[in-house]
Design a protein around this ligand. Structure first.
Ligand code: NAD
Length: 458
């Protein structure tokens, strides 16, 4: 992002996890300058009355934990990341990876303009080629007509292009598809672009001689992408007897597996979305839309693949690496200096991210409002870039664990508390039973119940 100011606060909050909830809330309140009302919202959450205004047939509320991902340095600015997630170890893992990323100077991010795509499906078009010509000839008129949101126009957004695609073979016959590209500024934009699509559909019918059926956004928002990159020195990955250089090579191998194999890629990308969805939920964004876009984008060349690149860069002082999708370094030999190469791990994540800081639940959910204040993002683009950095960090944490001691050690230690709770432990018992389960290497509800009975008898 061009407009980056150095933030005076550091998100490097060592020992945050060891504090109790009131202590964490106090720290966060100070860090984000929350008001007393905003701090109260963190505990109260959504009221039933508010919930009743959000969806239909409301009978109650369903709460999930809100945690804070710490240590994030993105474009030289510190961020605390509100995350709503039910899975243990996600927040701990992302915070650890963000700490590693700091050792390489943090994340660098970027994004496209927030351009959404609305699709208008035209059926029974007598001459598809002539229809395309007629529609494109009236582009200016169509764009003027599609300018249906005065607020978005005032913000500098609005319709930006019209494209025509032909689908000559579908199960029910040929169809012509019109794409309306629409810059939605700080909104997720579904409602805005759907309105515009419905507005221009009758004109498209006249121009094409066909019949407009569907008029709705595409969740494959490939015109609206965000990306994050990180480069971390190998020594940050030293793991007991295992050298950092070995660990980062193994991380690159782990990524290559997911680039080449859809079975692995599904799990790899799920890990990325663990973090991204958690921020989406915390900020009231539509995580189903994000999921749909991410998975469709991951299959854009016809095979479902990893959304990330992880590669070892071995550079002398003047070495320049160019990376491929499979994590292979292609570097012109003459660019290497004779000095021994200093390996580092380079990572990049790019994906469609249609998120907003206005509209939808971002405005109606009180916790989403506080979450946005904690993040301190000033635009939807900035939010999408932060989310890309979170996804990359989440992936790094998973790959590092998988490529070293395996995922279960850290995960089960944190999962044990949930198992103890499921077995009926309360208060102080939860941590005692969880610690015993981890010591025994048996993180199972049945064992937790046995321990609990023993505890009660003693
Ligand atoms: P929205 O209509 O609630 O809010 C967007 C509106 O906010 C804009 O049209 C504009 O009038 C106003 N606005 C104020 N300040 C703005 C600014 N700085 N930049 C841009 N707009 C500004 O919401 P939306 O973003 O159009 O739609 C999001 C909602 O649509 C989500 O709840 C989503 O779940 C839902 N939705 C999703 C899909 C899908 O993904 N397939 C389909 C339909 C609806």
């Amino acid at each position: 992002m061009a407009d980056v100011t150095i933030h005076p606060r550091s998100s490097r909050l060592s020992g945050f996890y060891q504090k109790n909830v009131p202590e964490r809330v106090a720290l966060l309140t100070k860090w984000a300058a929350l008001t007393a009302d905003e701090t109260a919202v963190l505990e109260m959450g959504l009221s039933v009355a508010q919930a009743d205004k959000m969806i239909e047939n409301v009978v109650g509320r369903y709460s999930l934990p809100l945690g804070i991902g710490v240590n994030f340095l993105i474009n030289d600015r510190d961020y605390l990341i509100p995350m709503v997630v039910e899975e243990p170890s996600v927040v701990a893992a992302v915070s650890y990876a963000a700490k590693l990323a700091r050792e390489g100077g943090g994340f660098r991010t970027g994004s496209t303009e927030p351009v959404m795509i609305a699709q208008i499906q035209l059926l029974d078009v007598p001459d598809p080629a002539a229809a395309a010509t007629a529609i494109l000839a009236e582009k200016r008129v169509l764009l003027t007509l599609a300018n249906t949101s005065p607020t978005i126009a005032q913000m500098g957004g609005g319709p930006v292009d019209i494209q025509v695609r032909q689908l000559p073979q579908t199960p029910t016959g040929p169809m012509t598809i019109v794409h309306l590209l629409f810059d939605v500024r700080d909104a997720m934009g579904a409602n805005a672009v759907n309105t515009a699509a419905e507005t221009i559909a009758p004109v498209l019918e006249r121009l094409s001689g066909g019949r407009a059926l569907l008029r709705i956004l595409s969740n494959l928002t490939d015109q609206r992408r965000a990306w994050a990159e990180v480069t971390i020195p190998a020594q940050s990955f030293t793991n007991g007897a295992e050298s950092g250089a070995t660990v980062i090579e193994n991380i690159a191998h782990a990524n290559s597996f997911a680039v080449a194999d859809p079975y692995r890629a599904a799990t790899h990308n799920k890990g990325i979305l663990n973090g991204i969805d958690a921020v989406a939920l915390a900020t009231g964004n539509d995580w189903r839309a994000i999921e749909a876009g991410a998975h469709a984008y991951a299959a854009r060349d016809g095979q479902y693949r990893a959304l990330t690149v992880w590669a070892v860069r071995r550079e002398g002082r003047e070495g320049v690496g160019v990376w491929g999708r499979a994590g292979v370094i292609h570097a012109p030999l003459h660019l290497y200096t004779p000095t021994p190469p200093l390996p580092s791990l380079y990572g990049r994540l790019e994906l469609p991210l249609a998120v907003g800081i206005v509209g939808g639940a971002t405005r109606t959910h009180p916790v989403a409002q506080v979450a946005l204040k904690i993040l301190g993002v000033r635009s939807a683009r900035e939010l999408s870039e932060v989310m890309a950095a979170v996804g990359l960090a989440q992936n790094l944490a998973a790959l590092r664990a998988l490529a070293t001691h395996g995922i279960q050690r850290g995960h089960m230690a944190l999962h044990a508390r949930q198992v103890a709770t499921a077995a009926g432990a309360q208060g102080i018992e939860v941590d005692l039973i969880a610690a015993q389960l981890v010591r025994e290497g048996q993180v199972r509800v049945e064992r937790a119940k046995e321990l609990l009975i023993k505890e009660i008898k003693c």
